[in-house]
Design a protein around this ligand. Structure first.
Ligand code: COI
Length: 357
């Protein structure tokens, strides 16, 4: 992958940047957007000339299929700025590939790799001033595709819009996270869309999560749909358990997102000599480990939060607290991965991708 642009993008710049109106110290995650957005329409069986426009509302038919049947997929990625003002993306090739894996599952046409990368890089070059250096600051990048064909017949759309919008952010979670293990609701089932970043996957979590929040838990740890006995994901993230010194996480399947943070942490942990087991993790063994004191940590891993340590979980209405550890795996792994992301350390894996401004 290079930063040379080969795609012809039709660009209209904003007349006056909105950046001076933004309070970068008090951002609410994902609610402020940069000056420009990337868009590309799929019409008549092909992707048209991509465009960059000032960030603005869209005009869409109320019957557009995305509103009725949820035919939409998205990605989450981040750009970081180092202390010298250099801009980096983290493993953008992984998001580019995954959006097409998700798209295929939703019968959405693949978006060409060069359009994705050229659109992303051009947008970064145009809006790089919105990326602030410093721990916790980043630009959350949201590529997505949605079905735009009008008509309420329940069939795949013939028209789509691919977009990239960008939001300057601070850390995703403020404060400590407690979770409840799901015993009734499910996030994903075999043969379903759990592995895809399908919009509806997330929308379907809101009601069970609302019930958990009412009980004092910020997130739900999702279990398998058939037996509720295997631990699968936490909220919108992959989930890791540390029992004694071993890290456990569910293997990739139909039901589990192949998380970029997940796979990066597994690689780092193994290379740091931490034993990692990718296998089905049972509720029973984690409750038993909490009871006998061998459960040391639980943490979520995803692009938005990077690593989100969990301080307690509830199961069968009983709350189990996790110990407060010095030098936890969560801290060590977060430092390792964010040092790469912010260009504070060597990048032995080649994950950092510099956008030459
Ligand atoms: C991620 O962390 O990767 C996400 O997709 C979170 C997003 C739903 C805000």
């Amino acid at each position: 992958m290079s930063t040379n642009i080969s795609t012809k993008i039709d660009i209209q710049k904003i007349a006056k940047s909105r950046i001076s109106e933004v309070d970068f110290e008090n951002l609410v995650f994902g609610s402020t957007f940069t000056d420009h957005m990337f868009e590309c329409d799929f019409v008549d069986g092909e992707w048209q000339t991509p465009k960059i426009r000032p960030y603005q509302p869209l005009v869409m038919e109320p019957s557009s299929k995305v509103f009725h049947y949820g035919q939409a997929v998205f990605e989450g990625m981040k750009a970081y700025k180092d202390e010298d003002g250099k801009v980096f993306l983290f493993r953008p090739d992984q998001n580019q590939k995954r959006i097409n894996i998700s798209a295929k599952r939703l019968a959405i046409p693949e978006f060409p790799e060069e359009y994705f990368m050229d659109g992303l890089i051009t947008l970064m070059k145009m809006d790089h001033e919105w990326i602030k250096p410093g721990e916790g600051n980043s630009l959350y990048i949201r590529p997505f595709v949605m079905a735009t064909e009008p008509g309420v017949v329940a069939s795949r759309s013939n028209n789509y819009k691919f977009m990239i919008i960008c939001s300057p952010v601070k850390p995703y979670y403020k404060g400590e996270v407690k979770v409840e293990i799901a015993q009734k609701f499910s996030r994903a089932a075999d043969g379903g869309v759990g592995y895809a970043k399908a919009a509806g996957n997330y929308g379907a979590q809101f009601y069970p999560t609302k019930l958990a929040i009412e009980k004092g838990y910020q997130q739900v740890i999702w279990t398998d749909a058939s037996t509720h006995s295997f631990l699968e994901e936490a909220g919108t993230m992959n989930v890791f358990f540390r029992v004694n010194d071993t890290l456990l996480t569910a293997p990739i399947s139909d039901r589990i997102l192949d998380g970029v943070t997940r796979k990066s942490l597994i690689q780092i942990a193994k290379d740091q000599g931490i034993p990692v087991e990718e296998r089905r993790v049972t509720v029973k063994e984690i409750v038993a480990a909490a009871q006998d004191g061998t459960l040391k940590e639980i943490f979520g891993a995803g692009t938005a939060a990077v690593i989100s340590p969990i301080i307690a979980f509830a199961y069968d209405e009983i709350e189990y607290d996790l110990p407060k550890l010095e030098n936890s795996y969560a801290q060590q792994l977060k430092k390792y991965v964010t040092d790469i992301q912010y260009n504070r350390s060597e990048d032995p894996y080649g994950w950092r991708f510099e956008v030459k401004i």
